[in-house]
Design a protein around this ligand. Structure first.
Ligand code: SF4
Ligand code: SF4
Length: 241
């Protein structure tokens, strides 16, 4: 009886279980005891899995012609997200790079200025690279990100013809501008702080932001949909009053 844990010890360790390796004592793994039936069936036991699989329906994925959907939380290619007004969520803090066990991420921060504001707050990710030759898709980086700028998509087709092609740049990773978003750089929504952005209080571009971009980049392709989003928001606000 094992007095400390109150359980029956099945078999005591004897000197036969101890082997000496490189001058140090180690334990030998005792073989499982098998009865006569087990001994008789042992040579064919390994075929059990093969035999049981023979009668299951076979499943052949017609990839790449037909792609099977992944699980919703599948860890695929990364994505750098944006706020609803188009500003980038990445603040260049490098926490994702520090959390990465494979040293696959390179971040260099830049400083936002009144004329070139890419993200709320002081800094933005000026350089952002992920080396998919190193990445093991563990997801530590997305857990470390304080602004949910970095998430992982379900995209799994990451093969490429060259090693350089598997180093994804910021332009490859940035989420596309959705309908109504205004391309950065542009100022933050007037009267807000970066905390308001983090809390989700900004739900789209404002007329001031659209005007700012129209003055400096009149041919910006996102202006039209941002204007529509501003007018939709004004109508909704008017109807709610
Ligand atoms: S998923 Fe893991 S290995 Fe890949 S970049 Fe993120 S932390 Fe690094
Ligand atoms: S992706 Fe997130 S953790 Fe990485 S630098 Fe940007 S804000 Fe920081």
């Amino acid at each position: 009886m094992d007095e400390k844990h109150g359980s029956e010890v099945e078999r005591r360790i004897t000197s036969d279980d101890v082997v000496v390796r490189n001058g140090e004592e180690d334990f030998r793994l005792a073989p499982d005891e098998t009865g006569p039936v087990g001994t008789f069936l042992a040579p064919v036991a390994g075929f059990g899995v093969s035999m049981s699989s023979m009668f299951r329906p076979s499943r052949t994925d017609q990839y790449p012609f037909k792609k099977s959907p992944t699980q919703p939380r599948y860890h695929g290619r990364h994505q750098l997200n944006r706020y609803a007004d188009g500003l980038e969520k990445c603040i260049g803090c490098e926490l994702c790079a520090w959390a990465c066990p494979a040293d696959a991420i390179l971040v260099e921060a830049g400083t936002n200025s009144p004329g070139e504001q890419y993200s709320p707050g002081e800094r933005y990710g000026r350089v952002y690279q992920i080396n998919y030759l190193r990445c093991i898709f563990c997801g530590y980086c997305i857990e470390a990100c304080p602004t949910r700028a970095l998430t992982m998509s379900n995209e799994f087709e990451l093969a490429g013809p060259s090693r350089e092609g598997l180093i994804y740049e910021k332009s490859d990773l940035l989420a596309p501008l959705e309908d109504g978003m205004l391309a950065a750089p542009h100022p933050m929504v007037a009267g807000t702080t970066d905390g308001d952005y983090y809390r989700g209080d900004v739900d789209g571009p404002t007329a001031e932001q659209v005007e700012w971009v129209a003055e400096r980049r009149p041919s910006d392709p996102t202006l039209a949909s941002a204007r529509e989003a501003v007018s939709r928001a004004a109508q909704t606000e008017g109807a709610a009053r």
